[in-house]
Structure formats: C-alpha cells, structure tokens
Design a protein around this ligand. Structure first.
Ligand code: PMP
Ligand code: GLN
Length: 385
C-alpha cells in the first residue's frame, strides 16, 4: 500500500478530542476542550431552527447569504468603525477552521515563510506545512506571555508571506495591546507581508479592555485578513459558522480555496448568525460580564485548592500553574491524572508547543454552567486537600 500524505499522517489526534474522549470515559467534568455549556442564546436557536425548516434547502451564494454578509459588514462598523463592502470584502465559511485553511492555501506558495507564535492553536502548523510553507517560530512563554520583539523581528525576512496572529490568544488568554500591534504592523510593512488574524475570541475580552483588530491600524487595511467565529460569539461551537473580512485583492484568492473545499455553509445556520450579529449591546456586554464572573469563580476556587492562576485578559481559558500541588509528573500526566483520579479534565499547555518543555501548566475552560464549575472545584478540593 502506498503511504497517505506524510505531513498530515505524522500528526496524532488533537489534544482536544483526546481529552474529551478521556473525560467521557471517566465521567469527568470536562473543562478541557473549549466549548461552552448552557450559554446558547435561545432566540438565535429559534431563528435558525425555523429557517432550517422553511428552507431554501439548496446551495446559497458561495460567499454567504447576502443577509449575513450585510450583518457582518454592519458588525465591523459597529464594533470597530471599519467600513467594509459586504459584497466584495466578506465571506462566510464553515467555521474559523475552514477560514484558516482558505487563507493559508489561498495565500501561501511552497517555499514562502510563515511566522507563527507559540503557543499555537492546533491547525496552524499542519496547514502551513501542507501548503508547502516554511514555519518560522517565535515563542511566548508563561507566566507573563510577553511578546519577544527581538525574536519576532528576526523571524521576519523578505521571504515572509504572512504571520498568523491569534488575538485574543488561546490558550494564554493574552490580549495584544496597541503598542504590540503597532510593532507587528511595522514589521508587515517593512517586509511587505500579510497577517491572518484569528480573532475568534473578539467578544470575550475582560476587565474593561477592548479588542483591537490589527486590520484597524494605519496601513493594515490591505494587509490583514480578519477571521471571526459565531461558535464563540454565540456559544454554538457545533454550528461551524465563521467569516472572513479582507480587502478584495486578498479575499479573492482566499475565496478560490473556499469554493474547492466547502463552497457553502448551511443557510439556516447563516440566518441564525445574521440575527445574532444584530443583537443589542446588552447581549455582547452580558456575555463579557457572564464569562468574567465564571472566570473569577473558577480562578478563586482553584487558588483555594493550591493552584497558581495566570492572568486571563480574554478567551474562555484560564491557565494554571499546578506546581504548588506537588504533583510528580508533567502537564500531560497531570491532566490525565485529574481526569481519571479526580474526575475533572483540563488540557496540558505543552500541547500548544513543538517542544514539550513547558511542563507544569494546565488550561481550564470556564465557559460552563455554575453547577459544573462548582462540581469540578469540589472534586479537585477533595482530591488534593
Ligand atoms: N482558532 C482558535 C484560536 C480557536 O480556539 C478555535 C476554536 N475552537 C478556532 C480557531 C476554530 O473555530 P471554529 O470552531 O469556528 O472552526
Ligand atoms: N478551540 C477549542 C479549544 O481550544 C477546541 C476546538 C477543537 O476541538 N478543534 O479547546
């Protein structure tokens, strides 16, 4: 038998799937894989359910139904004062993951360099490698996750096609500030490069901070592709509705990939998301307040058990340092151990690095119902104290 594609088959199953399967096997409270529970807005579900029933049931426009593309353009204006032409600068995708694949396959030629910042979301590196791109890694490290500007500058060259920037960042919950973004913007200009901006956690930014899309910085309108996901904004990760905003010259090659991969996204779900994006400010503010409350509840409880908790400026992930608990073993051992022995699942942070040298940090997802957070804390308390 001839071998399958060697790049993709060299990867194992993702850590998220692996930990969720283990959580299910052991009936653990799953604070591992990032998905919310009990937070779906009822009205968004209703609109989509009705639309699925009523149809149409055939292919929509490949860029997305006009109603959703118009709502996306309105969203960009409302939240970021960004003027976007819904007809030539917006494309709906089947999740942010598809959007990332479209960008990478649509923009990267074999031999192009792509700057990636570790910790890395799981699909970035395999997609870049599959596209024939050459990854140039820069790393930010716990506990402060500071951007190493010198290393970043050195990672760029005239062969750099693009950087993938995840802001707010999963797993480190870092929200890039204006100064860091300006630094990145100058590098893009200097090296005539693009940025693929994975901003799926744009509406999960805490403590009065604001999310600044790189595309809104001077000179960045033509260089940035902004990716968002309804999965996070409306707590509906199963729907896989994402979108891309980019200048026409960038969107066109990206749309070429989309037309050969998924081509379209279900109309009913697009209608639900179009309705959701039009929800009033109270919804978006409520989401932040709600998630911030869950973050604080989980963080306080974990600290009482003996974990150190790292700052969480955005996303729905809390990184913890479990070394004060005296556990013998690395972060993968720890996450398996608490799943099997305590009945609570987390994700090892080393899974987001190429080298498994960040060994005592575990990521917990707090987008869960109060009862689940309480139960997880009580199980961990019982196990460790
Ligand atoms: N990027 C990041 C950083 C994520 O955490 C996720 C989430 N799961 C995605 C992309 C994928 O989003 P989607 O489920 O819309 O494909
Ligand atoms: N983004 C989610 C996480 O970080 C998981 C998504 C997935 O499982 N592909 O946990």
């Amino acid at each position: 038998m001839k071998p399958a594609n060697t790049i993709l088959s060299s990867y194992g199953t993702t850590i998220f799937q692996t930990m969720s399967v283990l959580a299910m096997e052991h009936k653990a409270v799953n604070l591992g894989q990032g998905f919310p529970e009990g937070l779906e807005p009822e009205d968004v579900l209703e609109v989509a359910a009705k639309a699925v029933r009523e149809g149409p049931h055939q292919y929509p426009h490949m860029l997305g139904i006009p109603e959703l593309r118009q709502q996306i353009a309105a969203h960009e204006k409302r939240f970021y004062d960004l003027d976007v032409d819904w007809n030539s600068e917006v494309m709906v995708t089947s999740g942010a993951t598809e959007a990332l694949a479209n960008c990478i396959f649509g923009l990267v030629n074999p031999g192009d360099e792509v700057v990636l910042i570790e910790p890395l979301y799981d699909c970035y590196l395999p997609l870049v490698q599959r596209a024939g791109g050459i990854a140039k890694m820069v790393r930010i490290d716990p506990p402060n996750w500071e951007l190493p500007r010198q290393a970043l500058q050195e990672a760029f060259s005239d062969k750099t096609k693009l950087i993938i920037l995840n802001n707010p960042n999963n797993p480190c919950a870092k929200v890039y500030d204006q100064d860091e973004l300006t630094f990145i913007a100058r590098l893009l200009e200097k090296h005539d490069a693009y940025a693929v901006c994975d901003e799926v956690y744009e509406h999960l930014v805490f403590d009065g901070r604001s999310h600044i899309p790189l595309i809104t910085l001077p000179g960045m309108r033509e260089r940035c592709v902004r990716i968002a996901s309804a999965g996070k904004t409306f707590s509906i990760t199963n729907w896989k509705v994402g979108y891309i905003v980019a200048a026409p010259a960038l969107l066109q090659p990206i749309a070429k990939t989309h037309q050969f991969i998924t081509f379209t996204t279900p109309i009913g779900l697009q209608k639900g998301v179009a309705y959701g994006l039009g929800k009033d400010d109270a919804y978006f503010k409520g989401l932040i307040a709600d998630m911030q409350g869950r973050r604080d509840k989980l963080a306080t409880g974990l600290r009482e058990i003996g974990f150190k908790t790292l700052d969480c400026a955005g996303t729905y992930f809390l990184t913890t340092d479990f070394s004060p608990l005296g556990f013998k073993g690395d972060d993968s051992d720890f996450c398996r151990h608490i799943t099997i022995e305590a009945g609570v699942t987390a994700v090892p942070v080393s899974a987001f690095y190429q080298e498994a040298d960040v060994t005592h940090f575990a990521r917990f997802c707090f987008a869960k119902e109060d009862a689940a957070i309480d139960e997880a804390l009580s199980r961990l308390q019982k196990h460790f104290n």
